[in-house]
Design a protein. Structure first.
Length: 245
């Protein structure tokens, strides 16, 4: 199987990949931009989106970017699959390049990308993308026998209904990491108190803790504590996260 890997930084275009050029000579650095219904939409950051008239934007300069050479080389190689190991907006740019060049090979993205923002940035180019993820992104699709399912669903309820964090920070694959870490530390403090040495030993003795992001088994040598079974393969279908078949 011919499988090509791309390890990319954010600058995968010749120009700055996310710059909107204005007719008055100004420019807007942003996470993403797109045209819809005769308007130009600019996602400045996670919290700020602006709408511009085409009369304000240098459309030709802004939307004339071409896929970079590495992606063209991928198409020429006709791989059976593409693995893109990057995070942030660079992944969405690669997805758009792959779509623009009509590359039919499946695109496998990094485990850091399962996030509604990725779907927003990549748009239709995200359709069919496959990537590893924590189970958080497909919680309702888990088997009832999965020991994490109840824990994850309760976390989602607290996150969205009680604390309403999703209004500013939509749930993504990383959302449960700090939650798990705080509970692991709190459980260790109940056993060992706050003495540095004893607390560290208690944390390192954590076994079988069922968290949002996996089932933790820590040791003095392994402070991650998660196995490969903490991840699942997901695929984007209709802008939603689905368990990959």
């Amino acid at each position: 199987m011919l499988c090509l890997c791309l390890a990319l930084a954010a600058t995968v275009h010749g120009r700055s990949p996310n710059t909107v050029y204005l007719k008055d000579g100004g420019r807007i650095e942003c996470q993403n931009y797109w045209q819809r219904d005769g308007r130009v939409f600019v996602l400045v950051n996670r919290d700020v989106q602006i709408e511009l008239s085409p009369d304000e934007v240098d459309i030709k300069k802004t939307f004339s970017k071409k896929p970079v050479v590495p992606v063209r080389k991928v198409k020429a190689a006709s791989p059976e699959a593409i693995i893109c190991w990057t995070i942030g907006k660079a992944g969405s740019i690669v997805a758009k390049n792959v779509r623009q060049l009509a590359i039919n090979s499946p695109l496998y993205q990094c485990h850091g990308l399962p996030d509604p923002i990725y779907v927003k940035l990549a748009g239709e180019a995200s359709e069919g993308n496959i990537m590893p993820s924590t189970k958080l992104m497909v919680a309702t699709q888990l088997q009832d026998s999965d020991p994490q399912k109840k824990v994850i669903l309760d976390f989602i309820r607290l996150y969205t209904e009680v604390y309403k964090y999703d209004r500013q920070f939509p749930i993504n694959t990383h959302s449960g990491y700090a939650w798990d870490a705080i509970y692991i530390v709190a459980n260790a403090m109940k056993k060992a108190g706050t003495n540095n040495e004893r607390l560290r030993e208690a944390i390192e003795s954590t076994k079988g803790y069922v968290g949002v992001s996996g089932i933790y088994n820590l040791t003095a040598e392994d402070h991650n504590g998660l196995g490969t079974d903490s991840m699942v393969m997901v695929q984007i279908a209709g802008g939603q996260w689905k368990m990959a078949q």
